[in-house]
Design a binder for this molecule. Structure first.
Ligand code: DOR
Ligand code: ZN
Ligand code: ZN
Length: 443
């Protein structure tokens, strides 16, 4: 049995010094540090975590791991390695791969590949198409973590822009499961593109309103991905007040950058210069007013999720660079730095990156350090300063838009279901040690 002693255990409700006893893959006891001598008597291996913070392993519900079809920029092994390096022990992968994950066969194939090479735990979304509403009812044995609907187009060819076809998914996908949406209004996107304008806020605001209308009409659970503007969040808050079951996430880049890749905080050094294309993603970076509104209303969010979207340097330097940036390795150091700067509390990180994602997607046994839960634990050295992007980058893309940023707070080591998976800067987990998550859906 493994005992982690004297850790500063972080939960949404507070911090306390604790000892954590682990048997096999599960946490079996948590006690105030030193309070329960019996714990130390039972331990066969002791890890002294004095001076370190212990978070539940972070859960990132929005990543693009690129396998199958985009393995030149990421695969399940490299993407989950990047996750571990960033303190993330569970990732949800998006279905905009090649082929896209839009039927049972593609999903099974991708899940099998993930099971063979992932080093952290995972779930994969099923992708909605114009013709596959009702698929889940026809194939209930599918093991997707939720349905992802691109209401507006982005990387890949997944798109359901017609309101009636969107509605069919909300009517037919099982009610207890979550429909996550990329909400940008396709007609608005195209109209602005024709005028050489990059997806202004109104694109997201219109489609978020439509997504809420779909959830309200059907009572179906809805999750809005990468909320980036004040008006999206205001609509979500108003919808919740009416009882609409809607959750939402925000991405680190929409919190830390504003249009053109400017750094939001005047009093924190900004990252070194990088190509403009590093700061191009869907939905785009927003004005400072929007970013500040997101910060001031983090209490309204359920999750922080990276939208980790790796592309190669060559692609990003090309004439038509693809949209997106990697985020898995930078999210936690960025948030820890925000804590150090007094803009966030450690408890907020535990809520938004651990407990909130687990609740939003009804993930079994994760997101909390409690007896009976999986022993997914991220130990953090809150005092360690380091430059983002300066050390080894595990994502295959090999770059970071946050490079040059001096972070305060670093991942020390990571445990996945009781086994050390990342330690001292190195991945020690074996390919294939990651496992598909389980869900315990509320009826
Ligand atoms: O910037 C983005 N990149 N936004 C998306 O919606 C997709 C993602 C990707 O897959 O590259
Ligand atoms: Zn998206
Ligand atoms: Zn995405």
């Amino acid at each position: 049995m493994l005992l982690i002693i004297d850790a500063n255990l972080i939960s949404p409700d507070g911090c306390r010094k604790a000892d954590i006893l682990i048997e096999g893959e599960r946490i079996i006891a948590v006690a105030d540090a030193g309070a329960d001598a019996a714990l130390r008597a039972r331990a066969t291996h002791v890890v002294d975590a004095a001076g370190l913070l212990a978070f539940p392993g972070l859960i990132d519900v929005h990543t693009h791991l690129r396998e199958p079809g985009g393995e030149h920029k990421e695969d399940f092994h490299s993407g989950t390695s990047a996750a571990l390096a960033g303190g993330v022990t569970t990732v949800f992968g998006m279905p905009n791969t090649q082929p896209a994950l839009t039927d049972a066969a593609a999903l099974d194939m991708a899940l099998a590949r993930a099971a063979a090479s992932a080093v952290c735990d995972f779930g994969l979304f099923l992708g909605a198409t114009n013709t596959n509403a009702g698929l889940k009812m026809a194939a209930p044995e599918m093991h997707e973590c939720g349905l992802k609907m691109y209401m507006g187009s982005s990387t890949g060819d997944l798109l359901v822009e017609d309101f009636g076809l969107q509605l069919a998914h909300f009517e037919q996908y099982p009610r207890e499961r979550v429909i996550a949406v990329h909400a940008e209004h396709e007609q608005a996107v195209r109209a602005f593109a024709a005028r050489r304008l990059r997806r202004p806020p109104v694109c997201a605001e219109i489609e978020t309103g439509r997504a809420i209308a779909l959830a309200e009409a059907t009572g179906h659970r809805l999750h809005i991905c990468h909320v980036s503007t004040r008006r999206e969040l205001e609509q979500i808050v108003a919808a919740r007040a009416r009882g609409v079951p809607v959750t939402c996430e925000v991405a680190p880049h929409h919190l830390f950058f504003t249009t053109g890749g400017r750094w939001l905080w005047d009093d924190v050094p900004r990252p070194v210069a990088a190509p403009d294309s590093f700061f191009e993603m869907n939905p785009p970076l927003r004005e400072a007013d929007d970013a500040r509104f997101l910060w001031n209303n983090l209490a309204q969010f359920d999750c922080i999720a990276t939208d980790h979207a790796p592309h190669t340097l060559a692609e990003k330097h090309s004439a038509r660079p693809p949209m997106g940036l990697p985020g898995l390795e930078d999210m936690l150091p960025l948030l820890l730095t925000a804590v150090h700067a007094g803009r966030l509390r450690l408890e907020d990180i535990a809520r938004l990156c651990c407990d909130g994602p687990a609740r939003t997607f009804s993930i079994a046994r994760k997101g909390t350090i409690m007896p009976g839960y999986d022993a997914d634990i991220t130990l953090v050295d809150a005092a360690r300063e380091h430059e983002l992007g300066a050390g080894r980058i595990y994502s295959k893309c090999g770059w970071s838009a946050f490079a040059g940023f001096r972070a305060r707070g670093a991942v020390h080591s990571v445990y996945v279901r009781g086994s050390v998976a990342f330690d001292d800067g190195m991945i020690v987990a074996q390919p294939g040690s990651g496992r598909r998550i389980e869900q315990a859906h509320r009826a």
